[in-house]
Design a protein around this ligand. Structure first.
Ligand SMILES: N[C@@H](CCC(=O)N[C@@H](CS)C(=O)NCC(=O)O)C(=O)O
Length: 141
Protein backbone atom coordinates (compact mmCIF):
# COMPACT_ATOMS: atom_id res chain seq x y z
CA UNK A 1 0.00 0.00 0.00
CA UNK A 2 1.28 3.44 -0.92
CA UNK A 3 1.43 5.98 1.91
CA UNK A 4 1.52 9.71 1.15
CA UNK A 5 2.80 12.00 3.89
CA UNK A 6 1.13 15.28 3.14
CA UNK A 7 -0.46 18.45 4.53
CA UNK A 8 -3.60 20.13 3.30
CA UNK A 9 -1.88 23.50 2.83
CA UNK A 10 1.03 22.01 0.87
CA UNK A 11 0.74 22.79 -2.83
CA UNK A 12 3.66 20.43 -3.58
CA UNK A 13 1.59 17.66 -2.00
CA UNK A 14 -1.48 18.59 -4.05
CA UNK A 15 0.57 17.81 -7.15
CA UNK A 16 1.01 14.22 -5.96
CA UNK A 17 -2.59 13.89 -4.83
CA UNK A 18 -3.69 14.97 -8.32
CA UNK A 19 -1.32 12.41 -9.91
CA UNK A 20 -2.45 9.55 -7.64
CA UNK A 21 -6.09 10.43 -8.27
CA UNK A 22 -5.72 10.77 -12.07
CA UNK A 23 -3.85 7.46 -12.26
CA UNK A 24 -6.40 5.77 -10.01
CA UNK A 25 -3.81 4.59 -7.50
CA UNK A 26 -5.20 3.88 -4.02
CA UNK A 27 -3.14 5.28 -1.15
CA UNK A 28 -3.21 6.01 2.53
CA UNK A 29 -3.03 9.69 3.49
CA UNK A 30 -0.93 10.56 6.51
CA UNK A 31 -1.14 14.19 7.61
CA UNK A 32 2.03 15.91 8.76
CA UNK A 33 0.93 19.12 10.48
CA UNK A 34 3.47 21.68 9.27
CA UNK A 35 1.96 24.40 11.45
CA UNK A 36 2.50 22.31 14.59
CA UNK A 37 6.00 21.43 13.37
CA UNK A 38 5.43 17.69 12.93
CA UNK A 39 7.89 17.74 10.00
CA UNK A 40 10.64 18.05 12.64
CA UNK A 41 9.60 14.97 14.63
CA UNK A 42 12.24 12.22 14.88
CA UNK A 43 9.90 9.76 13.11
CA UNK A 44 9.38 12.06 10.12
CA UNK A 45 13.06 13.02 10.03
CA UNK A 46 13.87 9.36 9.33
CA UNK A 47 11.68 9.60 6.21
CA UNK A 48 12.89 13.00 5.03
CA UNK A 49 15.83 14.71 6.76
CA UNK A 50 14.90 17.87 4.80
CA UNK A 51 11.68 18.12 6.90
CA UNK A 52 9.36 18.66 3.92
CA UNK A 53 6.23 17.07 2.54
CA UNK A 54 5.32 15.37 0.31
CA UNK A 55 6.96 12.04 1.01
CA UNK A 56 5.74 8.88 -0.66
CA UNK A 57 6.38 5.43 0.81
CA UNK A 58 5.76 2.51 -1.53
CA UNK A 59 6.68 -0.59 0.51
CA UNK A 60 10.45 -0.26 1.00
CA UNK A 61 10.80 2.64 -1.47
CA UNK A 62 10.69 6.12 0.08
CA UNK A 63 10.75 9.13 -2.25
CA UNK A 64 10.63 12.79 -1.31
CA UNK A 65 10.28 15.86 -3.54
CA UNK A 66 7.07 16.16 -5.54
CA UNK A 67 8.80 16.16 -8.91
CA UNK A 68 10.76 12.97 -8.13
CA UNK A 69 7.60 11.35 -6.72
CA UNK A 70 5.63 12.31 -9.83
CA UNK A 71 8.21 10.72 -12.15
CA UNK A 72 8.45 7.63 -9.90
CA UNK A 73 4.69 7.13 -10.05
CA UNK A 74 4.55 7.71 -13.80
CA UNK A 75 7.31 5.17 -14.48
CA UNK A 76 6.29 2.48 -11.99
CA UNK A 77 2.51 2.69 -12.40
CA UNK A 78 2.06 2.83 -16.15
CA UNK A 79 -1.75 2.84 -16.15
CA UNK A 80 -3.37 6.07 -17.30
CA UNK A 81 -0.13 7.78 -18.34
CA UNK A 82 0.02 11.47 -17.50
CA UNK A 83 2.87 12.27 -19.87
CA UNK A 84 2.68 12.03 -23.67
CA UNK A 85 5.23 9.98 -25.64
CA UNK A 86 6.34 12.72 -28.04
CA UNK A 87 9.52 14.22 -26.50
CA UNK A 88 8.61 17.83 -27.24
CA UNK A 89 5.06 17.61 -25.87
CA UNK A 90 6.36 15.50 -22.95
CA UNK A 91 8.86 18.23 -22.06
CA UNK A 92 6.13 20.88 -22.20
CA UNK A 93 3.91 18.76 -19.94
CA UNK A 94 6.74 18.24 -17.44
CA UNK A 95 7.22 21.98 -17.44
CA UNK A 96 3.55 22.36 -16.56
CA UNK A 97 3.60 19.70 -13.82
CA UNK A 98 6.62 21.31 -12.23
CA UNK A 99 5.10 24.77 -12.20
CA UNK A 100 1.57 23.86 -11.13
CA UNK A 101 0.59 24.15 -8.40
CA UNK A 102 3.12 26.90 -7.96
CA UNK A 103 5.01 25.98 -4.77
CA UNK A 104 4.45 29.37 -3.18
CA UNK A 105 0.67 29.53 -3.71
CA UNK A 106 -0.02 29.94 0.03
CA UNK A 107 2.49 32.78 0.26
CA UNK A 108 1.57 34.64 -2.91
CA UNK A 109 -1.65 36.38 -1.85
CA UNK A 110 -0.11 37.60 1.39
CA UNK A 111 2.92 38.75 -0.52
CA UNK A 112 0.66 40.67 -2.91
CA UNK A 113 -0.94 42.41 0.06
CA UNK A 114 2.43 43.18 1.58
CA UNK A 115 1.54 41.03 4.57
CA UNK A 116 4.09 38.26 4.10
CA UNK A 117 7.42 38.94 5.73
CA UNK A 118 9.57 35.80 5.89
CA UNK A 119 11.74 36.07 8.98
CA UNK A 120 15.13 34.38 8.44
CA UNK A 121 15.59 34.04 12.21
CA UNK A 122 12.35 32.15 12.60
CA UNK A 123 12.58 30.13 9.36
CA UNK A 124 10.03 28.83 6.92
CA UNK A 125 7.80 27.18 9.47
CA UNK A 126 7.02 30.53 11.04
CA UNK A 127 6.16 31.78 7.55
CA UNK A 128 3.61 28.98 7.39
CA UNK A 129 2.19 30.04 10.73
CA UNK A 130 1.88 33.59 9.40
CA UNK A 131 0.05 32.20 6.38
CA UNK A 132 -2.26 30.20 8.61
CA UNK A 133 -3.17 33.32 10.59
CA UNK A 134 -3.29 35.59 7.55
CA UNK A 135 -4.33 34.28 4.17
CA UNK A 136 -6.02 31.11 5.39
CA UNK A 137 -7.25 32.71 8.60
CA UNK A 138 -8.97 35.48 6.63
CA UNK A 139 -10.91 32.89 4.65
CA UNK A 140 -9.05 33.53 1.41
CA UNK A 141 -7.60 30.00 1.44
N1 LIG B 1 10.91 20.78 -3.84
C1 LIG B 1 10.07 20.19 -2.82
C2 LIG B 1 9.60 21.27 -1.88
C3 LIG B 1 8.88 20.66 -0.69
C4 LIG B 1 8.39 21.75 0.27
O1 LIG B 1 8.90 22.87 0.31
N2 LIG B 1 7.36 21.38 1.03
C5 LIG B 1 6.78 22.33 1.97
C6 LIG B 1 5.27 22.30 1.82
S1 LIG B 1 4.78 22.71 0.16
C7 LIG B 1 7.13 21.91 3.39
O2 LIG B 1 7.00 20.75 3.73
N3 LIG B 1 7.58 22.85 4.22
C8 LIG B 1 7.93 22.57 5.58
C9 LIG B 1 8.37 23.81 6.34
O3 LIG B 1 8.28 24.90 5.75
O4 LIG B 1 8.80 23.67 7.48
C10 LIG B 1 8.89 19.48 -3.49
O5 LIG B 1 8.52 19.86 -4.62
O6 LIG B 1 8.36 18.52 -2.92
Amino acid sequence: MIVLYSYWLSSCSWRIRFALCLKGIPYEYKAVDLVKGEQFSPEFEKLNPLHCVPVLADDHVVVSDSYAIFLYLEEKYTQKPLLPVDPQIRALNLQGWQQYPYPQIPAAPLSDRGGFEPDPKRGRSESWRVNERGWVGSGSG
